[in-house]
Design a binder for this molecule. Structure first.
Ligand SMILES: [Zn+2]
Length: 327
């Protein structure tokens, strides 16, 4: 088991970020573009499924915290599956909207390097959006209206493969518009946009998964694992750092990079400190920006749920519970 754990610790990030990305690149470049067959893009769906399956298997073999793997105790899987479906559907819609945006803004500023190989175009798109997403993320922690939306991403008390897609759909739309509009207006072609969407999904899985990935000297350059855990702590404003999606260089430029936490992060240190009873249902999380007012403590409606849960049972209810448990 320990040999397998070592393989997972060292092999997880390269498999996800290099091998799966290479497979996606082959699908897009060789099957979709070279053969002019847009249906080939559908093959990215099973590849994304493989990314999730790999993350969940790796979390079992080499977790940061066993507690974060306890799906039943957290009771958030159904909601998170909905988050996954809605996030990916919105991503697909975002790519499908590109021709519409090009049609609406028909001026061609002609700066996209279409003569470059596809992989080089993809790298340009990835680095630009890594920077833009980091800035949007930074602003989402600075401005209350954005934070009310982004708090949905920070609410749950653990990190695992699904956390990356746990976003308020409106915040995702804002992210996508701000992140991709400059690229689209520069003339980013559809195959590059598809690859970019896939790469961001895989990066989000790696960034949040509960895998004790060993990155060696790359750890301080990549905003994943421990570096990203610090961003999710519920220690007041101490988590207002490490905003990067993949690269830490932007945080270094902003002065918001912290390689090591000031104290050890435990399995119970994640979440939003103002909302200890973070709602678990999708509808409640969707409505959270309406009820949550930063700086004014936990909304009453969440407290009520916890108070009801903590109310002692009457003797009759207690007797019923014992009978039910015995049956
Ligand atoms: Zn954040």
């Amino acid at each position: 088991m320990s040999a397998l754990r070592t393989i997972v610790r060292y092999g997880y990030a390269p498999f996800m970020m290099l091998a799966l990305m290479a497979a996606a690149y082959w699908v897009v470049a060789e099957l979709a573009v070279a053969r002019d067959n847009p249906w080939a893009y559908l093959l990215l769906a099973p590849l994304l499924g493989l990314a999730y399956a790999t993350a969940f298997a790796a979390e079992r073999i080499a977790p940061f915290f066993d507690e974060w793997n306890d799906h039943e105790a957290h009771g958030d899987n159904p909601t998170n599956l909905l988050h996954l479906l809605i996030y990916e559907m919105q991503s697909i819609n975002g790519v499908l909207l590109i021709p519409l945006i090009v049609w609406l803004f028909p001026f061609d500023i002609g700066v996209w390097p279409t003569q470059w190989p596809l992989w080089a175009q993809f790298l340009v798109a990835y680095i630009v959006s890594d920077f833009v997403f980091m800035m949007m993320h930074y602003l989402s922690h600075r401005f209350a209206p954005l934070w009310r939306l982004h708090a949905v991403h920070h609410g749950v008390g653990r990190l695992y493969g699904f956390n990356g897609v746990m976003r308020h759909p409106l915040h995702q739309v804002l992210d996508m518009v701000v992140g991709s509009l400059p690229l689209v207006l520069m003339g980013m072609p559809i195959p590059v946009a598809v690859l970019l969407g896939f790469a961001i999904s895989v990066t989000l899985i790696v960034q949040h998964s509960n895998v004790d990935a060993r990155l060696g000297p790359l750890q301080k350059h990549l905003s994943i694992g421990r570096v990203h855990h610090l961003h999710h702590v519920n220690w007041g404003t101490e988590g207002d750092c490490n905003f990067g999606l993949l690269l830490t260089c932007w945080d270094r430029m902003l002065g918001t990079f912290h390689e090591k936490p000031p104290r050890e992060i435990t399995a119970k240190d994640l979440g939003v400190d103002e909302i200890p009873n973070f709602p678990k249902s999708y509808i409640e999380q969707f409505l959270l920006p309406l009820h949550y007012k930063p700086g004014q403590g936990e909304p009453e409606r969440y407290k009520k749920v916890s108070a009801a849960a903590a109310t002692p049972l009457t003797p009759a209810q207690e007797a019923r519970r014992i009978v039910d448990a015995a049956e």
